[in-house]
Design a protein around this ligand. Structure first.
Ligand SMILES: Cc1cc2nc3c(=O)[nH]c(=O)nc-3n(C[C@H](O)[C@H](O)[C@H](O)COP(=O)(O)O)c2cc1C
Length: 490
């Protein structure tokens, strides 16, 4: 496997994923004018509403301080790595380029993936404050009720739940939301099959409580990997973050569980999770990445907190769905693009997943043979997760520009002959459109439409010509009249 390319830290305008920790990342985006400090917000819905309104406008990241009822300095950062320009900085790709360039750059970076295991250290800022057992009091750290329909305060939204496999010893980091029930009791929602849950189940099957550490504020690369599918099985998210950063993540053993925790984290708790059949609490509801409240309020596992470790003036990493994730757009598009090419389809020009949910995938191709578009569309549809529409367009369409994509659908697609419906595809319990009767039977499948919005291959050469000035003339005129166009966005 190829080695990791050297990171160019000196390029100020082109930051790589070489930020030291969350504070350093925030400094980098602050220098770009992309961070706003806010004081005096009410954690009860107001803070979350500000975050939502700002995310809708693709505004700066927000750092809330002097939050009502909390000590000054006990902060919450929100909208940290979205929209794409901040995702790019988190990933370490060029932020000042077209979206498809970010996807392409991340694709080629991923090809250099190799595990970089964490480095054990003895000291780190996370040890600045340590409270054990009956000294634990989580009520001092901001736990916003993010939205008016949320079922309670959530202290962990951009968090990393760290578990250690009792048989094999490897550590898993998964991002699973964490509700604050009491000053020393948390609730956690893990979907079936999550690695963190599978590891906990191993302890439970032996009649033991599962030890756990939860990082509530940390380097954004850790959340990215905790919320992602790690490309190589059996490797920890720590290893993936180490690769992305170009150096190992520093970890030290949690004082109660011994689980490796990030030495430069902001706020970490450790505790024990009893088997849910012995103890659980009503959890939720909480707005999810699909843009809905999909999972009903229900009994879920609890964490009895035994230690809390935090830096001076800790920052809680807030991640408000659906704006919480850098995915799927840049990284999800890159993964889908790779999968299509690995399957052997030629001349893929771009892939874009335009929404926070994964319901729509747009693929751009240069058509090479009659069934090219249909095959690519069918492949993407068949391998999608919670997909609804796969749209294949010609290479003159910018897949990241929905106006252009819809124009292609509206002018090149004959619905009777160019749309294929497939049923029984992979969906999820969080799918808002899953019919109640299917949900009852735990039949988590849906249908997908594959839409061929390319010019018909056999008469593509006689298809009406697009009435745009040709590219060379456009480029020349744009250059000559640069002053006229630079300040006007497309
Ligand atoms: C910000 C964020 C919040 C998430 N919240 C949850 C959650 O509450 N429950 C859950 O099961 N998955 C949640 N996910 C998805 C998982 O973190 C994701 O599927 C991850 O790959 C799981 O890792 P694992 O396979 O190691 O369990 C969230 C992801 C992100 C990025």
């Amino acid at each position: 496997m190829a080695s990791i390319p050297a990171l160019k830290t000196e390029q100020k305008t082109r930051p790589r994923a070489s930020y030291q920790d969350l504070r350093d990342y925030l400094r980098i985006i602050d220098e770009r004018g992309d961070l706003k400090r806010i004081t005096g917000a009410d954690p009860n819905v107001e803070l979350g509403t500000i975050a939502e309104l700002m995310a809708e406008r693709s505004g700066p990241a927000l750092l809330f301080d002097e939050i009502k009822n909390y000590r000054p300095g006990y902060r919450v950062a929100v909208n940290v790595t979205t929209p794409p320009r901040r995702t790019a900085i988190m990933l370490g790709v060029e932020p000042d380029q077209p979206l498809l360039g970010m996807v392409s750059e991340w694709r080629s970076r991923l090809k250099t993936f190799s595990a970089v295991p964490p480095e054990p250290v003895k000291q780190g800022p996370i040890l600045e404050n340590v409270a054990l057992h009956d000294k634990v009091d989580l009520s001092q750290f901001p736990a916003p009720v993010w939205r008016d329909k949320d079922g309670g305060p959530y202290i962990g939204t951009g968090c990393c739940v760290i578990t250690r496999d009792p048989d094999e010893g490897w550590c898993n980091l998964g991002s699973y939301r964490v509700q604050l029930h009491e000053p020393n009791l948390l609730g956690c929602y893990m979907s079936p099959g999550r690695h963190g849950l599978l590891i906990m189940e191993k302890y439970w099957s032996r009649g033991e409580n599962a030890p756990v550490a939860v990082s509530l504020g940390h380097d954004p690369s850790l959340l990215f990997w905790a919320g992602s599918h790690v490309p190589h099985a059996g490797e920890s998210e720590y290893d993936a973050a180490g690769w992305m950063k170009g150096k190992p993540v520093s970890v030290l053993p949690g004082p109660v569980t011994g689980i490796p925790i990030p030495a430069e984290a902001e706020l970490v708790v450790e505790g024990e999770v009893p088997p849910p059949w012995k103890e659980s609490r009503e959890e939720g509801t909480y707005g999810e990445w699909t843009g809905y409240y999909g999972h009903p309020r229900a009994p879920e596992p609890v964490v009895h907190v035994k230690s809390v470790l935090y830096r001076d003036d800790p920052i809680n990493y807030g991640a408000l769905p659906p704006y919480s994730v850098s995915k799927p757009s840049i990284t999800g598009s890159a993964e889908t693009w790779d999968a299509i090419e690995r399957a052997g389809f030629p001349d893929i020009r771009g892939v874009w997943i335009p929404t926070h949910s994964r319901g729509i995938v747009v693929v751009g191709i240069t058509q090479r043979y009659g069934s090219h578009a249909r095959q690519v569309g069918a492949f993407v549809a068949a391998t999608a997760y919670m997909g609804r529409f796969v749209i294949v367009v010609d290479d003159d369409i910018d897949v990241t520009n929905l106006d252009e994509v819809m124009w292609a659908v509206g002018t090149r697609c004959d619905p009777m002959t160019c749309i294929t419906l497939m049923d029984g595809m992979r969906s999820s319990a969080l799918d808002p459109r899953l019919p109640p009767e299917k949900r009852e039977k735990r039949d988590f499948t849906n249908s997908i439409a594959e839409i061929d919005a390319c010019r018909p291959f056999n008469w593509r050469k006689t298809f009406p010509v697009v009435n745009k000035v040709s590219q060379e003339i456009r480029d020349a005129v744009e250059k000559k009249w640069a002053d006229l166009f630079t300040s006007i966005s497309r």
